[in-house]
Design a binder for this molecule. Structure first.
Ligand code: ADE
Length: 228
């Protein structure tokens, strides 16, 4: 999978050389390219923003650098998925991550300031499928942190990125429930014993206990998930 990221703070993404995604990039499973939006400006100050029409606080990102960047990155690609992290977008879920992990080419445009000139989204729709995606109901300073979360959630679902694919199946949110609790040695630690069933060797009993735990946790921590 190829992912292009456009940002005015490309060094935010330096951490994506680490761990499983770093290995996936080295092996070529994940072709992640980070770009500086200012490379598509042509003035001496490499200007990417301007004042908003109609007045108001803050600055708006100019459309032309975005259009030039999207033209370049979408060239030769068959309708890439173009994602703009935005608190005004659809909420990103595990199902979104799974869906995006099946795409060949994602382009992620990270806005800053008060946002990107609205016409950019219309223009982008002429090049690919546009998705405005929110990490949740809170406001970040820009799209970068949201983009990193999405890249990690999507990237780890690409076949071969996580060594043992079984570990993907049993995670929180994969089956609409929270994950069951995990324990390791020692079996008693600071007077706290591991639940006896996990030491029983009875696989059916263990599976039943884990399922109960998933339901009980989801009910108490995230009852909204059970409605679905
Ligand atoms: N940019 C600013 N806030 C955001 C959020 N909650 N999700 C995605 N992108 C954002």
């Amino acid at each position: 999978m190829r992912i292009d990221v456009v940002s005015i703070f490309p060094s935010y993404f330096d951490g994506l050389t680490l761990s499983l995604l770093g290995k996936a990039r080295e092996s070529g499973i994940l072709d992640l390219r980070i770009h500086d939006l200012r490379d598509w400006t042509s003035d001496r100050h490499r200007t990417v923003d301007d004042t908003p029409y109609g007045g108001g606080a803050g600055m708006v990102m100019k459309p032309e650098p975005w259009a030039l960047a999207l033209d370049d990155l979408a060239a030769g690609s068959d309708r890439p998925t173009i994602i703009f992290p935005s608190p005004a977008g659809e909420v990103f879920h595990q199902t979104t991550a799974r869906e995006l992990s099946e795409r060949e080419h994602l382009i992620i445009g990270c806005g800053r300031y008060e946002g990107i000139d609205e016409r950019v989204f219309e223009y982008a729709a002429s090049l690919g499928e546009v998705r405005l995606v929110s990490l949740g109901d809170y406001v970040l300073n820009g799209g970068e942190v949201a983009a990193m979360a999405m890249i990690e959630a999507v990237g780890r679902l690409i076949p071969g990125v996580v060594g043992n694919p079984d570990s993907l199946v049993e995670e929180s949110h994969e089956d609409g429930l929270l994950e069951y609790p995990s324990y390791t040695k020692p079996s008693t630690w600071r007077d706290r014993a591991v639940p006896g069933v996990l030491l029983s060797g009875n696989h059916a009993a263990i599976a039943a206990w884990r399922r109960e735990q998933q339901l009980a946790r989801t009910e108490s921590r995230r009852p909204d998930l059970l409605k679905d």
